[in-house]
Write a protein that binds this ligand. Sequence first.
Ligand code: SF4
Length: 304
Amino acid sequence: MGRLEPDPAHVRAAAPRRRRLLTQNSDLRKQGIYNWSIPAFAGVLPDGRRYNTCPSAGACAPLCYARQGHYRFGNVKARHEANLMMVLDDLPGWEAQMTAELQHKRYQDRWVRCHDAGDFFAITPEKPLEYTQAWMRIMRAAPGVRFYAYTKSISLFREAVEPDPPANFKWVYSLGGREDHLIDTTTERHVDIFPDEKSLAEAGYTSRAKEGCLVSVLGPQRIGIAANRIPHLRRKQGDKRFSELQAAQDECRRSRNNRKRHPRCAPPTPRKARPSRCPSTVKQTETTSPRPPSLPAPPADPAP
Ligand code: SF4
């Protein structure tokens, strides 16, 4: 699980609470969807606390659209950080405010997406289900509202959600994370990110772009999303889908754990404190030939 580090010693420079917690962009407005967002993946809050809101992120992390573009604009980043600080500093207060807000008539018969960025995470290692359980209570208290989520936190859902899910909550498991191996893609609803619409159709997946966001939880079992058009992310992803990149990472990890050399993971010569590199993080143009010592060291695995 990801680890957040709320430190009581920090002065809680509590961000002023916003009147509304849920937002809508123009695209979501057309579909009648409201959104709750926190920062994606790992980072540092303005008060110095470190966080990881995507505990099961894997191959998706370096390709994550929610860590690019307008998500990095100052006002957007600040709003997402303020949301996360609310959850970390005062989970009961956040739950109460969200519950109250959802009673408004504007949300009745509408959809709320939990996490446009970020995922269900553990606020503390001691209480890993707390945040998810708060969401479950919020949903039950708003039976006229429908909720949905994409998640890579499979084991957390197995424990906290699947045994007794709220009737107004639908979710879809998303490939490209460290818990992909827990998803039975032959029977469970899932999404995968493909290089483009063509490869998605060839694999027999239904396109989210053509059907709209809600098809991921209302449509068929296999939903495909074409990669974002951000050029450097497309280059990184190459011709693989997220599930394939994750499978390659998993294979590397297994090889390392077995203390075997993987031909594309292990560095050709032993160099002190140099992490090995998985194919999923290697540019597609790179070859398997030994890395000359003059080249910079490869980055560490993207996931925590
Ligand atoms: S889990 Fe989702 S939000 Fe988090 S890093 Fe992966 S793609 Fe981004």
